[in-house]
Write a protein that binds this ligand. Sequence first.
Ligand SMILES: [Zn+2]
Length: 155
Amino acid sequence: MDLRVWVGCLACYNAGRLVGDWMDASDAADWKCPRDPSHEEFQCMDDEVPWVSHEMSATEATAWAEAVADVEDYEAEAFTAFMAHEGWRSPSDVNLDDFRERYCGEWESPEAHAWEYLEDVGISADAPGYFMLRFDEIAWRQDYVYENGHVFRSY
Ligand SMILES: [Zn+2]
């Protein structure tokens, strides 16, 4: 999973000039001001890191990039949802194994997940139609987490 950030020079910024670039977050910590290499303070002034809402230092951006480098592109959306649920605040919180172990997939609702599971295990196969099975979301939530369209085991 690649993270993009816009790193800008603070000395130039304070002098009224916007100097910076979009780049991979993995390169942010090594960025140098192209106008004056003696400018040493720089910061992410914009970013495409969905879970970060504060202004990041370039060092933090690079730490995030390293923490999520092994997240595959097809996992990125589910990973971001998991992250929001777990409340990971710093790159050292990231636990990719935990995410992969607990991720079940994408469903339009907790109920849709539960019905598909029921069909898979076949409990209802011979049950007469007048046993109206009702979905108990509170009970479901003891075993699962629903976050932005994604289902995770909750242990
Ligand atoms: Zn500068």
